[in-house]
Design a binder for this molecule. Structure first.
Ligand SMILES: Cc1cc2nc3c(=O)[nH]c(=O)nc-3n(C[C@H](O)[C@H](O)[C@H](O)COP(=O)(O)OP(=O)(O)OC[C@H]3O[C@@H](n4cnc5c(N)ncnc54)[C@H](O)[C@@H]3O)c2cc1C
Length: 386
């Protein structure tokens, strides 16, 4: 057990922090107000190689682990930025890397590593299926050397900023499979060739998070773009869940530490009744509590990341890290709001922007209810609710 970053990891942290310093609070506020995509920031991350660190060196990536990727994402949010705009380019390719053919890896990974291609859209959720992914109805019917896709997805984020989309479809209807997780397949859709067959309805949300409802009308996808075996897609998606949980937990931790740092500084300076408000335990203790919770969640995240990088399957650790990171970040958000009083709700101080952003992780990319169900059922052995 070693709780210190290595010199290389500390160097990554400071290099990412330096890059983020070029994108101050005003930059993020401007994007938020205009509901605009932070293209300059995402391009800068890509050009510096931070979005390709999980891609093996043989395909032009950094060849590093989930521990280093966590550090990158946490540092972005800890600096006041929003890694959600870019994180999918870092890890959606994992399905291609783990389950794609050699030909698919050679064709796509080097271009994803260089940023020539963006694989940032991941179509899983459907309006009528919700959390029960096995109930998706978007269908892909094989016709000779291609599939014809019909149906639709909801909450497909960053669609407009992607060249490629990973799409979960049913190749065998739910009613015709013995096991409900069978008959689901994963397709890599080249959006450069297929936007004409995809309708898009942007969905406005409480934060600047470009997400959409999309509709497929006889979308043609070459059969060579099937990832892995037909009917096994649900397993491929599950195999990427631990990595995703660890990485999104890292972003939430970054947010949480940002809230605590901002609020502690403000609490030490803001004087009311002739003394800094931070002297009052009603202000000081919630921040101290949130900080302790964040550190505890961060440790579980490091444990999950270390296990993942050693080839283990940290199902409990990754899920619990996501649960605790989202809760402690939300606790920090509320403590910061209270600390800033009326100024917390003004746009100028940035707290309200981050506060809006800190709410989503309690429900997405996976709802904490489902994380608790995973722990209750798969770790503690209690009966399933679904
Ligand atoms: C901004 C944003 C971006 C997103 N980006 C993407 C994306 O890029 N790609 C993508 O595929 N999806 C994306 N999602 C979808 C996201 O993953 C889902 O919203 C989330 O998984 C929950 O699904 P749902 O909204 O349909 O909730 P529902 O399934 O309708 O559930 C509603 C509530 O009921 C609870 N619930 C349901 N069943 C149970 C049970 N058995 N036990 C306990 N509680 C239960 C849920 O936990 C939840 O709290 C995004 C969502 C948002 C809001």
């Amino acid at each position: 057990m070693d709780f210190q970053l290595t010199q290389d990891q500390a160097d990554i942290q400071s290099a990412v922090a330096d890059l983020c310093a070029r994108f101050p609070e005003e930059y993020w506020q401007d994007k938020d107000a205009k509901e605009a995509y932070p293209e300059e920031f995402v391009s800068a991350l890509q050009d510096a190689g931070w979005l390709s660190i999980l891609i093996p060196e043989e395909y032009g990536g950094g060849g590093l682990g989930i521990t280093e990727a966590s550090l990158v994402l946490e540092t972005i949010n800890r600096s006041g930025g929003t890694a959600v705009s870019a994180h999918a380019q870092m890890y959606t390719m994992g399905t291609v890397l783990r389950h794609g053919s050699d030909e698919q890896k050679r064709r796509y990974l080097p271009k994803i590593a260089s940023g020539e291609l963006r694989l940032q859209a991941f179509g899983v959720t459907e309006p009528d299926a919700g959390t029960d992914t096995t109930r998706i109805r978007t269908s892909a019917v094989r016709r000779g050397d291609h599939y014809v896709v019909n149906g639709g997805k909801i909450f497909t984020s960053r669609f407009q900023h992607s060249d490629l989309m990973l799409l979960l479809v049913r190749t065998t209807p739910y009613e015709d499979v013995r096991k409900k997780t069978d008959g689901i397949s994963t397709l890599l859709v080249d959006l450069r060739e297929s936007r004409d067959s995809i309708g898009v309805r942007p969905i406005r949300t409480m934060q600047n998070h470009e997400t959409n409802q999309i509709f497929f009308d006889d979308l043609v996808v070459p059969a060579e773009n099937l990832i892995g075996e037909e009917g096994k897609g649900f397993r491929y998606i599950l195999s990427g869940m631990n990595a995703e949980r660890i990485l999104v937990a890292s972003e939430m931790l970054g947010d949480g530490f940002w809230f605590v740092a901002k609020a502690s500084e403000y609490a030490s300076e803001r004087t009311v009744f002739g003394r800094p408000i931070g002297m009052n335990q009603g202000i000081q203790f919630p921040l101290a509590q949130a900080y302790a919770q964040l550190e505890a969640a961060a440790m579980l995240r490091w444990k999950a990341a270390a296990m993942f990088d050693r080839g283990l399957q940290p199902g409990f650790e990754a899920n619990a890290a996501k649960l605790l990171a989202s809760q402690s970040s939300w606790a920090a958000a509320n403590a910061a709001m209270d600390t800033f009083g009326g100024y917390g709700v003004t746009v100028e101080y940035g707290i309200e922007r981050k506060f809006r952003e800190a709410r989503l992780p309690l429900v997405a990319p996976v709802s904490n209810n489902l994380v608790l169900a995973y722990i209750g059922q798969n770790v503690l052995g209690m009966p399933k609710s679904y």
